[in-house]
Ligand binder design. Structure first.
Ligand code: SF4
Length: 797
């Protein structure tokens, strides 16, 4: 099947979308809501047509959409107005989801490698042949490793079916799980988690004053809350401001009231100085602090005695001290309806965990926690879990980590980071594997919807890791750079071809949403639950035979009962017996009509027929004002102590600063002739995942390297010239964009381009690959990748 959606048709679709979006919304809900029946309707002349409510997967946001299917072809994606999270918005990437479905380069059949790893030579096989190959290799390795289940590593990217794959990992019995967190939100989630109890949401809609630092919302992800942030602080009802703190003059900076060009990696000094002004001038909310802070006096003393003055911060950050005074005062004047935006970005600097702690404390000094216009925790609609198998394997080793031999008594800590989180540290794990430092052999890996070749700093090392693994199984939709190193490829269908596990979305307006299958999977691709069903059917019993051979407890148990009885605990097929649709019905069975609504409308929340209102063409109300969950804990943090934790002694035991302080090693230093490289993302481009999408490539052909204009002139570099960027670990090439919007010693380009997989028609060698040059620098707490710690050189080629 070869279906092409032309750019013209795509753009026509987008225009139609904006004009009739509101009309579609009216048709969808207004009449049926009173009778309790929700029916999707469509405006089309084609007779064989249906509309399916589902969720986007072009990025992590999961906006709700309605897919139009004509003669079994998905012809249009419209925003679904019923989802409080996406409020009738579908961005350019979301619209281009059709091309992800009909991308001719998609993985279509199971395949087994026939060439060298990375060469991209595979032969087509049947699903059974692919499973048989995996079984033989897995049995061999586990037999040789005496049933140490941790001799396999499992990794996964973010997604609604990630848990399905994780269920397989848990049943398999390995301890080695790596997900995207250490190359994504680990430090922000944990920094806020230990300080205020949870990584919060931001009520940008009602905030009067927003500091957006290092987050480029106007350009990186365009969603309803982005629009809130951009427009509401400027609306008549609010008198406040949007302050942008960023080394680059971004689109967010262009829309802000003030842009502060900070030096990369020095945000912590900026926040400490804001805190200094707040404490010195006693601008903070004393009542809130008295009631809700632990360790406030110690923190205050530390900030004041360390003299974290605006003058001090000016030297480090490059931000004028007068601006720091002004912003601290304005923020506290507007608090609690003021937000220092926590961001959704990855770790940039080594001090990122402490930056998040300092920011959370600064936010709390104004009292803007668990309240309207501030940071909110929101409510969540509970859904039921599904059946899992959690066998105990006697010989399964604990996670492969390298302990710190020099640690003091009672001090935790590992060789290169203090804490190992559930998602692990990707860089640490990979590097120790390459250096043969793991305490036991890890010989195989299962990789689901994850592309560490493109997404992890130092892609040369990642390639070495993949080459060294004896068995690499990749489950994916596209022939990514990582898939090129697979021994076995299992093609997953795209998000428009599958029903995923239902998900609950917390917030001020909590809801449940479901990704529904729009059309049948194309080619021989399958949803991951079916892949797991087939794989576990093939390998479950043979793997149990290995356990029977080496596991003393199992041997004893069989003597006491029977093989069949004992096997029940090790039967890996159990979690995948039921269809996803059945599992979802069970998950929401606490809510009488939820399963039906989720199938038809894609969204459910209690009283939705009563509450949901269309206010104007593109404005909706989901919950009445007095029913919104801005506050769920009377403004108190969600830490175990229900206090804002300023001075965490438990961190000190792990060798981590218990209070956020500035250290000399955090200073911004660039050797002469070098530049600090920064990376980021774009709203029309979802990191590496959409690099081959020809619709999006029409909107953004390639990435360009931002170079300060005066530097460019001094090096005779003009717009479009090819530039080679090199660091200690590698090189990449891309075209130049000389601009005044970046400082002379900084460079920037968008992540996700420059892919090496020749099976990707559009993405292959298109633009520059940041992770070919970003060094594998880790922040010291969780071992998260610090993406902006690399200095590079450039030359015109
Ligand atoms: S922000 Fe865009 S790409 Fe992301 S889920 Fe929403 S519509 Fe899809």
């Amino acid at each position: 099947m070869n279906i092409e959606i032309s750019r013209r048709k795509f753009l026509q679709g987008s225009i139609t979308l904006s004009v009739i979006g509101g009309m579609t919304a009216t048709n969808l809900f207004s009449k049926e809501e009173k009778s309790g029946k929700i029916k999707l309707t469509t405006k089309t002349g084609t007779s064989n047509v249906k509309e399916v409510a589902t969720l986007c997967e072009m990025c992590v946001n999961k906006c709700a959409l309605i897919a139009r299917v004509e003669d079994n072809v998905v012809t249009k994606l419209d925003p679904n107005p019923h989802f409080p999270k996406s409020r009738n918005m579908l961005c350019a990437r979301g619209n281009a989801g059709i091309q992800a479905l009909y991308d001719p380069d998609r993985l279509k059949y199971p395949m087994i490698r026939v060439g060298e790893k990375g060469e991209g030579k595979f032969k087509r096989v049947t699903w059974d042949e692919a499973f048989e190959y995996i079984k033989e290799k897995t049995v061999k390795i586990l037999d040789e490793e005496k049933d140490n289940r941790s001799s396999f590593m499992f990794c996964a990217g973010e997604g609604m079916a990630e848990h399905t794959f994780k269920t397989f990992f848990q049943g398999f019995g390995s301890s080695n799980w790596l997900n995207h967190s250490s190359i994504c939100l680990q430090t922000v989630a944990s920094g806020y988690g230990v300080t205020i109890g949870k990584y919060p949401q931001s009520d940008l809609e009602n905030a009067k004053y927003i500091i957006m630092a290092g987050a480029n919302r106007a350009e990186a992800i365009v969603t309803p809350d982005t629009m809130d942030g951009m427009k509401n602080v400027k609306s008549k009802k609010n008198s406040g401001k949007l302050i942008c703190v960023d080394p680059r003059f971004t689109n967010t900076a262009a829309k802000s009231d003030k842009w502060l060009a900070i030096k990369p990696g020095t945000d912590l000094a900026f926040v400490l100085a804001l805190t200094y002004v707040t404490l010195k001038e006693e601008l903070y909310n004393k009542e809130y602090v008295n009631k809700n802070f632990n360790g406030f006096e110690e923190y205050k003393k530390m900030i004041l005695t360390n003299d974290y003055t605006p003058k001090w911060a000016q030297e480090i950050t490059g931000i004028d001290s007068e601006d720091i005074y002004e912003i601290a005062r304005e923020f506290m004047e507007n608090a609690p309806e003021a937000i220092y935006y926590p961001g959704r970005r990855s770790t940039f600097a080594k001090n990122d965990f402490q930056l998040r702690r300092a920011t959370a404390i600064f936010q709390a000094l104004g009292g803007g926690i668990d309240c309207k216009g501030g940071l909110i925790f929101g409510d969540t609609l509970k859904i039921k879990g599904h059946e899992e198998v959690l066998p105990m394997y006697e010989n399964a080793a604990s996670r492969a980590v390298v302990k710190n031999k020099n640690k003091k008594p009672n001090e935790a800590g590992y060789d290169d980071c203090a804490v190992v989180s559930g998602g692990g540290s990707w860089i640490s794990w990979r590097n120790h594997f390459l250096e043969d430092k793991h305490p036991y052999n890890v010989r195989g890996m299962f990789c689901y919807k994850h592309n560490p070749m493109m997404n992890m700093p130092n892609s040369t090392k990642t390639a070495q890791m993949l080459k060294k693994m004896e068995l690499v199984v990749c489950i994916d939709t596209m022939p990514s750079d990582t898939v090129m190193y697979a021994d076995v490829i299992l093609p997953e269908c795209t998000y428009l071809e599958r029903t995923d596990p239902v998900k609950t979305f917390g917030g001020a307006e909590p809801s449940i949403a479901q990704r529904n299958k729009v059309i049948k999977p194309m080619y021989e691709s399958k949803p991951v639950i079916e892949i797991m069903r087939g794989l576990t059917k093939k390998i479950s019993k043979p793997l149990f035979e290995i356990t029977k051979k080496y596991d003393e407890e199992v041997i004893d148990a069989i003597e006491d009962s029977s093989i069949e009885e004992v096997y029940k605990e090790f039967d890996l097929t159990i979690p995948f017996i039921h269809s996803q649709e059945k599992l979802n019905e069970h998950a929401v069975s606490n809510y009488p009509d939820a399963a039906e609504k989720l199938k038809k409308v894609g969204v459910y929340y209690p009283n939705m027929e009563k509450y949901y209102k269309q206010l104007s063409v593109n404005e909706f109300e989901y919950y009445p004002k007095n029913k919104k969950n801005y506050s769920i804990n009377s403004g108190k943090p969600l830490t175990p102590s229900e206090k804002i934790e300023c001075n965490l002694k438990t961190l000190a035991k792990k060798g981590i600063d218990p209070m956020p302080i500035w250290r000399e090693e955090y200073n911004y230093k660039i050797p002469k002739g070098k530049f600090r490289l920064m990376t980021g993302r774009h709203a029309q481009f979802t990191q590496s995942g959409s690099a081959n999408n020809s619709m999006l490539r029409d909107l953004m052909h390639q990435n360009y390297i931002w170079i300060n204009k005066r530097v460019a002139i001094s090096k005779n570099i003009n717009f479009g010239d090819m530039i080679e960027v090199s660091s200690k670990i590698g090189k990449t090439r891309l075209r130049a964009y000389p601009t005044e919007k970046i400082a002379p010693d900084n460079l920037f380009f968008i992540h996700g381009f420059g892919q090496e997989s020749s099976a990707l028609t559009w993405a292959y060698k298109n633009g520059g690959n940041d992770n070919a040059v970003i060094e594998d620098v880790m922040e010291p707490v969780y071992g998260a990748a610090a993406m902006h710690e690399t200095n590079v050189e450039i030359r015109k080629v």
